[in-house]
Write a protein that binds this ligand. Sequence first.
Ligand SMILES: NC(=O)c1ccc[n+]([C@@H]2O[C@H](COP(=O)([O-])OP(=O)(O)OC[C@H]3O[C@@H](n4cnc5c(N)ncnc54)[C@H](OP(=O)(O)O)[C@@H]3O)[C@@H](O)[C@H]2O)c1
Length: 348
Amino acid sequence: MPETGRTPNPTTDTANGHEGQQMRAIVQDRFGTADVLELRRIARPQIAPTEVLIEVNAAGVDRGFVHLVSGTPYLIRLAGFGFTKPKHAVPGSDVAGRVVAVGGEVTRFHSGDEVFGIAKGSYAEYAAADEQKLVHKPANITFEQAGVAPISGTTALQALTDVGKLKPGQHVLVIGASGGVGTYAVQLAKALGGTVTGVCSTAKVDMVRSIGADHVIDYTTHDVVDGTRYDLIVDIGGRNSLRRLRRALTPSGTLVITGGEGGGRWTGGFLERRIGAAALSLLGRQRLTGFINKEHYTMIERLAEYLVTGAVVPVIGQTFDLDHVPDAIRDLAAGRITGKASVVIRPN
Ligand SMILES: NC(=O)c1ccc[n+]([C@@H]2O[C@H](COP(=O)([O-])OP(=O)(O)OC[C@H]3O[C@@H](n4cnc5c(N)ncnc54)[C@H](OP(=O)(O)O)[C@@H]3O)[C@@H](O)[C@H]2O)c1
């Protein structure tokens, strides 16, 4: 993709020692398809007192990015991501890299620290990040592995633990086991002592088995609701109806609605499913619930413990350079990515 050399974005830098210096970044001026993403030269971001500036090595690509580029479902515009155009001109959240400047109130990081977490605009050579969303990168994982872990990994961890209350020995169904969140959910559920059944499409069955799933269901040839009962269902993809999923739960089982595409342009089906889940939970001992990922360093620290021991190894299906971020979003939206896609800006 050609660089357009257009006017720098107004969220530009000043008082962090990088004044006036430029960087290459993906910039999005409006909502739309992957074609609205342009590689430009803009000023490095300005950091607030509680933020650090990161020299970005790698950044993950997840479904949230697809939604933020298109501005759909429209609910996300009401949630503060920009009403008529994106609030943040540079997209990208997952990040791994080195700290090159710290704000005056930052206490946990210094220049030179290797970090990973959630930034504001990580598809760029430099990104600002709130220190509350960052942790130190363990030495035994690469920047690329760290860069694809934060959002998907912590979402899976919360689904299984804080929300799903998984106990050792329980049977877990992960619907969407081959994707960004699902590949972490399968590995974490095993590490937490669960017996795991993963659901994915034909081409990804072997991969899901290879990351530890005890059983794999190919949703293109088999019904997920086949009479087996699970203590916990983590519902990430496929949009099975709540009534069907209840039939796959034990009498006191838990359904954790985590995600799912195709729910319409207004709410993505999110509100309707949450309301339906709350209503159905009143009918018996089964618990049907949903959640929004908590973006806080304490969650990323908990995830990092599994990355350090190797109990969880990020599955990186495809790697892109900064120029090809639009291809990453096209491939992700088309279901061509196995596990996570990563954008490598500075190789390890
Ligand atoms: N609650 C939160 O805070 C939170 C946080 C992060 C993400 N999410 C949401 O979670 C969802 C998944 O995110 P992701 O990054 O994991 O996406 P992803 O990487 O695209 O993975 C989607 C998964 O769904 C599977 N799938 C697709 N169609 C299916 C079907 N008909 N039946 C069963 N499985 C099917 C895919 O399997 P194949 O690829 O094998 O077809 C894949 O495993 C998205 O809707 C995202 O917005 C929510």
